[in-house]
Structure formats: C-alpha cells, structure tokens
Design a protein around this ligand. Sequence first.
Ligand SMILES: N[C@@H](CCC(=O)N[C@@H](CS)C(=O)NCC(=O)O)C(=O)O
Length: 342
Amino acid sequence: MTKKTGQISTQEDQTDAQARRARGEFVRGVSGFRHAIGDPEFPAEPGRYHLFVALNCPWCHRVTLARGVLGLTEAISMDVAFPNRTTEDDPVGPNLWEFAPDRRASLTDETLPECTQETGTGQGLRLAKQIYQAEGSDEQSVPILYDKVAKRIVNNESAEILRMLDVNAEALGSQFAASERPRLRPLDVQPEIDRLNERIYVAINNGAYKAGFSSDQKVYAQAFEAYFETLAMLEQTLSDGRPFLTGDAFTEADLRLFPTLYRHDPVYVMRMKLNAARILDYPHLWRWLCRVYALPGVAESGSLLHCRQGYFGRSWNGVVPLGPRHPMPYPEAYLHPELANR
Ligand SMILES: N[C@@H](CCC(=O)N[C@@H](CS)C(=O)NCC(=O)O)C(=O)O
C-alpha cells in the first residue's frame, strides 16, 4: 500500500464505513496504488504502460475514454476482463475479475470479442487479484494502470489515471496532433471543473451505486432525489446552448459525467432503480450525450453489451432484460440527437 501527496479528493468519505455498510449503505473503498506517470520510477514513454479494465465498470470507462479521446489506443495496450466476476462456486472465491475470453455471455450465448487473456504481466494470469498479490496487496479492483517494463502497478484510481494520461499524452505517443487533442483541464475553467466533478461524483457517478446497491429505503431515497436534482441542475446548465458543461470545449467534467449517463436509460433505470426519468426526457442532456458520443475515440471506448451483461448477468436471476427498444435500441439511439425533440 503506497500513498502519494496531492491526491484528487473525489472519493467516498470513509467515516464509520463498516457501521454504515452494516446499516445497508453502499460505501466504496479507497484505491491504494497512487504513483504517477512522470514520477522518477515511472517515466512517460510510448508502449511502456498497460491498462487492465472491465468495460461494464464506469470507473474503467473514464480511463478508456481518456485513452480514446487523447489518441493513446496504440501507445497504451489494454486487457479486458469478462463483465461478470467469478461465481460463488468458483474455487478462487466469488466476485473476482477474470480474464476469460472463452466465457459466453448469457445475453447472446456467445463469447465477447473485446474480452482478452491477461497479457500485461507476461504471465497469463487469470485474475486481476493476482496482479495485486504479486505486490503483496489484497486489493482486487479495476482499473489498473501497469508498467510493463518495471512489472509494477502504477495506479488504480481512475480519477488520477485519466489526469496523468492527459498531462503526458504527447510523451506517451498520442496519435493526435496537439491541435486535435482535447485539453481535459484548461486552466481558465479548472475551478468550474472541480466544482462539477465533486457534485457529479457524489450525486451521479457514485450516487447511482448508493441508490442501486443500498438495502436501506432512506439511503436509497436520498440518493434517488440527489441524482435527479443534479440531472435537473445539469439540464439547466446546458440550457443556455453551451455544447459542453463548462462552455465550448470538452473537458474532464464532461468525460467523468459521460459513463453514468451512457448507462442510465439502458441499465440504471432498472438496475439502480433510478426510474424517475430517462436521459431522453432531458432535451439538453440528451443532445449533450449524443454530442459526446460522436467525438473521436468515444463510441469505441465503451460497450453497452458488456454493461448489460455485467450489471444484470449476476443480479436477480441472471436473465438480462432485452430492452429498451423505444424509440430505438441503444447505443444506436445516441446517434440521434433529434430524438430529444419528440
Ligand atoms: N476509486 C476507484 C474505484 C474502482 C472500483 O470500485 N471498481 C470496481 C468495479 S466497477 C471494482 O473493481 N470493485 C471490486 C472491488 O473493489 O472489489 C476508481 O475510480 O478507479
């Protein structure tokens, strides 16, 4: 377990975490690996770094989005775990991310082409947990940023990983010219970005889990109200016609909001019981969602099939809902901003 100064503050408050969990509240843990590309032992070099992700995980989606929009898909290699973690009867224990490209998705009864073997460590490990065990850690979460030269974990906090990819994009070998590449944290809007990040992390990104995974009606109701109040605030923010949350440019605030709204209509309405409205019912947010989806590197950085298989494939009775199909299936609907005008 290593700690570094200047950590980003948007993570769950851990006060009385155990007691709150016992009372039925979902409390997210804190990531323990907090080194940074650019540190002496982790120089920014093309082809040196690797990501371990699951495409149904919204925190991983932040990192795959950054890799995509910054033109780093060639420079940073990536392994994709199967969306459903190990089951109760697995000898290694339940709820572990595994690299198992031969596993079939119950939704399609086929394998998922995006899933890979574990190739980053060179050992062909089965579990993400084993990557941590190699460093004496009992963590097991994804995303993981890994150094293939030093054979060490650099960082497992998505908020920090996306920022270090942005800062080091040139040196890491981005395929996009600087003029084409978004700057995720322009100086003039950083205070606005940080204000939005905090609100969006607590009420939307993590709020969705607090609603969907808490077994206490009050905790759920509080998270439900905060989630839709914040969507209404964001809808109002975009109602002055600005294309992105802080103005004309796509920034870190947009990148961090996208994974949750991308999952809302096809997954969270049902799985997280966030059924007050669809994003489709917010004209400005819907058009924003379609605008971000159309940016270079965004559509291919996620998979709703993995999301649906991941969120439904291990809950309830494992049967994955086939909808929504109205006004059209997802993600095709994200190619149609005009649907907001219905
Ligand atoms: N704060 C971390 C959270 C990562 C996280 O919670 N990932 C989930 C998947 S959605 C996970 O792997 N949980 C398993 C675990 O922690 O055991 C980040 O943003 O990177």
